[in-house]
Design a protein around this ligand. Structure first.
Ligand SMILES: Cc1cc2nc3c(=O)[nH]c(=O)nc-3n(C[C@H](O)[C@H](O)[C@H](O)COP(=O)(O)OP(=O)(O)OC[C@H]3O[C@@H](n4cnc5c(N)ncnc54)[C@H](O)[C@@H]3O)c2cc1C
Ligand code: SF4
Length: 563
């Protein structure tokens, strides 16, 4: 047994990287346990390899070692994620949990960042006020968050300024800013860096949206448009979403927070340390057990334990550790329902260049801004332009429906169209339901003999109605852009992990109805914190990570006060 330290942080991804570093900087002695390798800042210099990162998913957890199973509903036998196991091992490698290793999901994320809207914190109240309680879908478990936008504003600001975000402000202290999002919630100041430049086809999207009376603005990005703190300016290499960044332009915790934590002298990292349980007695966590790089079980003790292993693994660890006193762990599973649409623009537009988020977005139909509609869509989505960052193998997976993936016709289509591909995207909120949850699979174990996490989730009418609503909006934009060939991924999507899984250790003030409090502090174990998207009571249609990071700063402050 190793000697006790002040705090153990398990997982060094988006949230764990921030918490470990902030605690270390405030004088707390931290040991960080990370299941994957510890990457140095120059580790990914030669990352331009589509087979390695896209096809084989080199950074994402492999299902043989980290099995997750899925079934549509109760009573069925769950299978290891069917959409992620194929002839090449991983036909959809990115519909898996995020990367492992220092950086976690921020190693290969797209870097789209959003502050939630005020209404996103009060979805239940907002829906009832507008549509009446009867409009809420049967079996839903929608609740308001235990705090609002104004409580988180200062933490959003910290994410933007301490870690680095590029963007164009839309609303500073209530004053609308030209070129920004006119629907933005008030912020105290702008972004620390100007927006990224966008790939060529984006201008068609912007002009078409303006002609249609919509309000496009540059996507805020966790990518440096110029050198900033630990980040270097983006080189627009195009191997971005799904890849680590070779120049450290992407905000990744192995580049941003973790080096600052290590520099404090108060933080150590144990890589290849797979935590398998939280050890606890009498409502207190003693520490954790992990399997080390040589396959040996090790125990570690500390006054504070923080689980930051992504919503799904956090949930599995709570369940295998017997920490589910009120039966709420694993409930309220939510993920985004992605609506990818692709078209071919008239001119060559360098599809392969730039980051995914070097683009404009439209917020006119997001969240409570969704217009009254006959489809029954309750909560809207932003519409995002993706004019670049599409490598050839990825593009070859996304051809018009019915097209054979071999032969002369296919070669001709690819030669003519690949460099003119343009995509649009929506991601509607899957609402929390009683029947959507995670538990331990009774049949499937990992190589260490522990049960796999089992997801039970089906797409609901609201998901399908939302896709139909936004398909028409995107088709309209595509027509206005002069796109002739336009197609969509199937509805509902064949996968049930969007990479935005949340809700399974919900936060709340009532210990009977929730797993943690707003700081991620466990109701059941007085020195345990469980952080990340698992805390979200509802899932707004925005990408979740900036809110996960803001919550992480909030948790770090709270723990530092306590130690
Ligand atoms: C391809 C892709 C693109 C994405 N793009 C975006 C985007 O553009 N915008 C956005 O907002 N979000 C995006 N996301 C989502 C984003 O990555 C996650 O929301 C975010 O990383 C979650 O943060 P986290 O701290 O909860 O977990 P993670 O960042 O996943 O970190 C968890 C860490 O815990 C470690 N770990 C796991 N299990 C154990 C264990 N048992 N013991 C020890 N360590 C463990 C992992 O190795 C990892 O380092 C994307 C995700 C993917 C997969
Ligand atoms: S496009 Fe920019 S941020 Fe993305 S990997 Fe390349 S250099 Fe890095």
């Amino acid at each position: 047994m190793t000697k006790a330290r002040d705090a153990i942080v398990v997982g060094l991804g988006a949230s764990g990287g921030i918490i470990a570093a902030e605690l270390a900087k405030s004088g707390v002695k931290v040991t960080a346990l990370e299941k994957g390798p510890h990457y140095s800042q120059d580790y990914f210099r030669e990352k331009h390899d589509e087979i390695r990162y896209y096809t084989r998913g080199a950074l994402v957890p492999h299902l043989s070692h980290n099995p997750i199973t899925w079934r549509e509903r109760d009573g069925e036998t769950a299978k290891i994620l069917p959409w992620a196991t194929g002839p090449l091992g991983t036909t959809e490698p990115l519909h898996l949990p995020p990367s492992i290793g220092t950086g976690g999901g921020t190693l290969h994320w797209g870097g789209a960042v959003w502050r939630h809207r005020k209404a996103d914190f009060h979805m239940r109240t907002s829906l009832i006020e507008r549509f009446g309680e009867a409009a809420l879908p049967e079996g839903n478990s929608i609740v308001d968050w235990p705090f609002g936008y104004d409580d988180l504003e200062a933490y959003y600001d910290r994410v933007e300024w301490e870690l680095g975000v590029s963007g164009q402000a839309g609303n500073i202290n209530g004053e609308l800013m030209p070129g920004g999002n006119p629907f933005e919630m008030p912020r105290k100041r702008g972004y620390p860096m100007p927006p990224l430049r966008s790939a060529a086809a984006n201008s068609r999207f912007v002009e078409a949206c303006r002609r249609l009376g919509l309000n496009p603005f540059p996507q805020a990005a966790a990518i440096a448009s110029q050198d900033y703190k630990n980040l270097k300016g983006c080189t627009y290499c195009g191997f971005c979403h799904g890849y680590p960044c070779h120049v450290n332009a992407k905000q990744t915790s192995h580049v941003t927070s973790v080096p600052d934590g290590l520099a404090s002298g108060n933080m150590e990292i144990i890589p290849f340390a797979r935590v398998v349980s939280v050890n606890h007695r009498g409502g207190r966590a003693k520490g954790v057990t992990y399997i080390d790089a040589l396959g040996r079980a090790q125990e570690l003790e500390a006054d504070i334990v923080v689980l930051a292993t992504y919503s799904l693994e956090n949930t599995r660890l709570l369940l295998v550790s017997g920490l589910n006193g009120n039966g709420q762990v694993g409930k309220h599973f939510m993920t985004h329902c992605f609506g990818w649409s692709t078209g071919v623009v008239p001119e060559f537009s360098n599809t392969f260049m730039g980051p995914l988020v070097g683009a404009h977005v439209v917020d006119d139909y997001t969240s409570e801004l969704i217009p009254d509609n006959e489809d029954g869509v309750l909560w809207g989505s932003p519409i995002t332009s993706f004019p670049g960052d599409t490598q050839p193998i990825e593009a070859s997976h996304n051809t018009p429906p019915g097209m054979r993936k071999w032969g002369a016709d296919y070669k001709k289509w690819f030669a003519d169209s690949y460099r003119r591909i343009f995509s649009m995207h929506t991601q509607t909120s899957s609402l929390p339901y009683e029947g959507g949850y995670c538990d331990l699979d009774p049949n499937v174990t990992d190589p260490y003999g522990q049960p796999a996490l089992r997801m039970t989730h089906e797409w609901k009418p609201h998901d399908i109605q939302s896709m139909a609503f936004f398909r028409r909006v995107k088709q309209n934009i595509a027509r206005e852009m002069g796109i002739k060939e336009f197609w969509e991924e199937p509805s509902p999507p064949p996968y049930h992990l969007s990479t935005h899984e949340v809700g399974t250790h919900r936060m709340g003030l009532d210990p009977k109805e929730s797993v943690v409090d707003p700081y991620g502090h466990s109701h059941e174990c007085e020195n345990l914190y469980v952080v990340g998207g698992g805390q979200f009571p509802t899932l707004p249609s925005y990408n979740p990570t900036m809110t996960i990071q803001a919550l992480a700063f909030m948790t770090a402050d709270r723990i530092a006060e306590r130690v």
